[in-house]
Design a protein around this ligand. Structure first.
Ligand SMILES: CSC[C@@H](O)[C@@H](O)C(=O)COP(=O)(O)O
Length: 349
């Protein structure tokens, strides 16, 4: 695909460069990070966000965090490594890519036991680079697979941001849109603004406009009307975790969009890399849902919009049950229903 993408997370061996997504769309600014605490903070504050990008940042963050780990013997090194990994794991609870990436780094560290610790540290930087590169390839395949579901002239609706900046490149839900554009197809997009933090307005609308894609911004509450009026022919979203039965956690509001799609007989697609599938989580009920600060709702972006002291419930994600999902698209293909049986096969070689 043509290179129109900003790499939102990159590492030069010394510094981690993170596109500060909280400043978009007004300011395109990269944070320069040299310690693990700032990586933790960047994830927590959503400066880096989107499940795959969180995983990539965590892998690099861990590589940064073990710079000063003892090199005398593997046990001392590994104890230090584990402590840093456990610390990063507390940054956000829902996107399984965070834990997946930390586990991958852990497996690599253990596999290299026996080599000098100084070389293990370098190999762990390589592992983080591999995680990033693999995600880029995976997103490209998701784009190809998802595009098979779209026809020229269609309009699709998306929620939150599952675009290039939420991944290594290309995005998940937005990857087929970019590919369609490159192939000369006309696919238009409705972007839900995505309350309360406006990832749809600030990030998706911005990304798609940069790429010259026809995007129309709506508030979340307008999705029903847009569907009722026949303005969209499909919904595609990304996700933060797929449970073993195919239930999916994604940005708050996604469940509502899935219900609306069902009511209007519109296919509801979820794009997910294998790194987002968690067979150890049985159903959606077992997915930990992050709750965030009340101020995101009462004073989002600094302006007070609610009475002082009002009680607030602010879950950052919801769960869409598998029966509302027409298909889950991964790098390995398109799965239509029967998720409990199909998902484990994806991990067979
Ligand atoms: C490819 S990104 C997929 C998901 O992580 C995305 O849809 C989403 O819900 C992100 O939530 P966020 O809170 O902005 O990290």
């Amino acid at each position: 695909m043509e290179d129109i993408f900003l790499q939102s997370v990159k590492f030069d061996g010394e510094k981690l460069y993170v596109l500060d997504q909280t400043k978009l769309p007004q300011v395109t600014e990269f944070l320069e990070i040299t310690d693990i605490e700032d990586v933790w903070d960047a994830i927590k504050q959503l400066k880096v966000r989107g499940a795959p990008a969180i995983g990539i940042a965590a892998a690099y963050g861990l590589a940064l965090g073990i710079k000063d780990a003892p090199e005398s013997d593997f046990e001392a090194f590994y104890e230090y490594f584990k402590e840093k990994a456990d610390y990063l794991a507390t940054s956000r609870p829902t996107a399984v890519n965070l834990f997946w990436a930390l586990k991958r780094m852990d497996a690599r560290a253990k596999a290299e036991n026996g080599k000098p610790v100084s070389s293990i540290k370098k190999l762990l930087i390589e592992e983080a680079h591999t995680i990033r590169q693999e995600d880029e390839n995976v997103c490209s395949s998701i784009g190809e697979n998802a595009l098979s579901l779209f026809q020229d002239g269609m309009t699709v609706l998306t929620h939150c941001n599952a675009g290039g900046i939420a991944t290594a490149k290309y995005g998940t839900a937005l990857a087929p849109i970019y590919l369609a554009k490159e192939r000369g197809m006309d696919i238009k997009v409705f972007a839900d603004e995505t309350r309360p933090l406006l990832q749809g307005a600030r990030l998706t609308a911005w990304e798609l406009m940069q790429a010259g894609i026809d995007v129309t911004l709506i508030t979340d509450s307008m999705a029903a009307m847009v569907m009722q009026q026949g303005k969209v022919q499909a919904v595609i979203v990304g996700c933060d975790r797929v449970a073993a039965n195919g239930d999916v956690a994604n940005k708050i509001g996604t469940y509502g969009v899935a219900l609306l799609a069902k009511a209007h007989n519109i296919p509801f697609y979820v794009a997910a890399p294998l790194s987002t599938i968690d067979l150890e989580t049985r159903t959606g009920e077992d997915i930990p849902i992050e709750e965030r600060a009340a101020e995101e709702i009462t004073a989002g972006f600094g302006k007070s919009t609610a009475p002082e002291g009002v009680k607030v419930f602010n879950p950052a994600f919801d769960v869409t049950p598998h029966h509302l999902i027409t298909a889950i698209i991964t790098e390995k293909g398109v799965m239509r229903g029967n998720y409990s049986e199909e998902l484990p096969h994806l991990f067979e070689n």
